[in-house]
Design a protein around this ligand. Sequence first.
Ligand code: NAD
Length: 328
Amino acid sequence: KKLGIALVGLGNYSKGQLAPALQETQHCYLSGIVTGSPDKADEWKTKYNIPEKNIYNYENFDQIKDNPDIDIIYVVLPNAMHKEFVVRAAKAGKHVICEKPMAVTVQECDEMIAACKEAGKMLSIGYRLRFEPYNREMTRFGTEKVFGNIKKVIAENGMSDTEGWRLNKALAGGGSLMDVGIYAIQGVRYTTGMEPIAVTAKEGPKKDKDRFKDIEDSLSWTMEMPGGIIAECKTAYTNEMNKLRLEGENGWAELSPAYPYKGIKGETSNGKMDFPEVNQQALQMDAFAQAIKENKPSTVPGEMGKQDVKIIQAIYEAMRTGKKVTIS
Ligand code: NAD
């Protein structure tokens, strides 16, 4: 049986990526929606053939506990709302997928993990690139030392058309680092298979002081990894960047662009990489549905999301203080 997924928050990512992906999944399907807009509810109901009884709003959301059509709740709201809805989903006795960044503080992540554990439900984070062949190949290159020991990783992700809640610190929790820089952190983590020991960081000049009143526009940071590996990272809200590069003793590999939904390209010192294009979100959601069915742990669990939030907070501290910050 396919597991039923309810999307919470029908914004750009749900509409443009997750709902279409759920038309391709083998182990799960779009069975419900949770939205604050009656207009969107009507539109989605018709387009995806969703029964009225599987449509909820933010107030009656908790009644989802009585709905057997919904096995998994997927939280796709602004970052600062993730915690509340993940905890409520767990209390409703449902498995949960939460979008990245998992939450805005480490303490929130702990509460989310605890709530799912207490409910005996699984929690997974929307790390789609962990299911994407080019990025997986970077993991193989790094962890199997295909180019010898890694010396350096360069990871950059930035965009230039940011608007809405992402510019509001209370809803976003931070700026470009939280939203897109997190892909660079993930890239370094899966390419090396290691966790950073310490970070230094420097905020870039703000291109627009009004828009970026409360949050960083651009930021560059360095992560010291075990074994003397250095990771040099950058992010921005006013500059397109998209790269993941590994430099080893005997060669290199680079994805550019590395993190989009489609059109990832890769090259190494031995030649071009060539993988089929996949639906990342479909693979990610199917992997979670399968893990639930087979009672196996998620490969992208809450703990992985929490570690990113911990690294992000260390980078912010380094940015504020100008000092090196150790990560325990
Ligand atoms: P969006 O602004 O397009 O959608 C946000 C949704 O939340 C909207 O439907 C909006 O109505 C709803 N909402 C409810 N309360 C709100 C409030 N107080 N303020 C603003 N909106 C409110 O955002 P999005 O791009 O869909 O991002 C949603 C989440 O998904 C974020 O956590 C983001 O980081 C994540 N995301 C992940 C990926 C990925 O590739 N994994 C891509 C895009 C977004």
